[in-house]
Write a protein that binds this ligand. Sequence first.
Ligand code: ZN
Length: 423
Amino acid sequence: MTKDHNDPFYTISFEEESVIYKVGDESPCMYAILQGRVSLYKETASGEIQIKSIGPGNYLGAVSYLGEIPRRYKAVASQFTKLQQLFEDNIETYIKQNSQSVVVLLDDLSNRLAAADKSLGQIGGMTKCAEEDESCVETELDQIEVKVEEELVKHNIPDVNPLNHPIYPEGHKHYNMGLTPGHEEILFDKNVTCPVCDKDFTLYQMRISHLKLVEVRRDMRKIFDGVDEIWYNVWTCPHCKYSNFHYDFLRMRSINREKLLEEMPGRLVDFKLPETQKTSFNEVFDSYYLAMACKKIVGASAYEMGRLWLHIAWMYHDCGDEEMFDVAYENARANYAKGWFSERVQLSAEGEQKLAILISEMHLHFGHLEDARKFVFEAINIKKGTKALAELARDRLAEIKEQIQIKKKEERAVVQESVKEDE
Ligand SMILES: [Zn+2]
């Protein structure tokens, strides 16, 4: 646990598996989850059970804090997690900045909590059916907690686009997770002339040289300290709304320009464009889905679509939406695989190696062991690639073969078991 006392936002970080609070602890504050994931555990007669796992945009410990009761669950960071602590002295400012209407909700909540508290007190005197009633109050507390969280999330969202806008896929949500405060220090502004509408505008770009690489994930994602290079990857023209990856932005054929000028306005009625300087994941998602809308109008290669979906998938993962992560990851996989068979000529040998390893990893995520093996095998066989990537591919192949063996063993065991049952 690390705490920065100079931080006006009272943020606090927890390493993976560290306990945020235990059952029965005092409740001096509640928390807004900024980054990571928290698992909540309940104590039962038969041991500890996990009741839920929550991510950015959610609140933690609201009911116990507002009800002035001890913590009812144990909260554990299931990955590196950053929280904003909301105490008596900063919660008001926080709420004011986020929404006035939360105050009304909180008033209502404290009344209901007081009522629940009262009935809990009565139970003490009624020994007969105490157990039953206590669980009833527990359930009510749970319901209040769900309601508080839903309302807080709803009111906390700044001016964002409606989720039923056709630009979003089904299941997309609001991701009111702030980008790291201070990240703007590594931005620089750049003047650009839009290749579609010919108008000038200024935008921000990230100084890649200022990023500190922390790790490269199995699917080739580069993780940097505190910031992510993909946040500012897409540029959007504020005049005609044309959006594209910054490295492709200036390349636009004249035939496509006309198509975009004609079709984009109609597709983006009532759609608020992301600010030049982004503050939350909502805006990053918006920039990516704008780029996707443009690609759909002018037509794009499978690789380009694959890359868009892959970055979108990573962002869903960062926001803790694993369901949407799977949707986007599968779209990325399908597009990259299509590109592999039809557009491979565009790549360098190293690019081919990376792509084959990436597709293999995506198959692995979905449990397609045979396909994962095939693609990693392709990576091994690419001539003129780098030694390091060939080595990596060989390691992966060994790993996948082992998984295939384990799966076969398990399947044989199941078959033998069912044969036994038949006898
Ligand atoms: Zn433009």
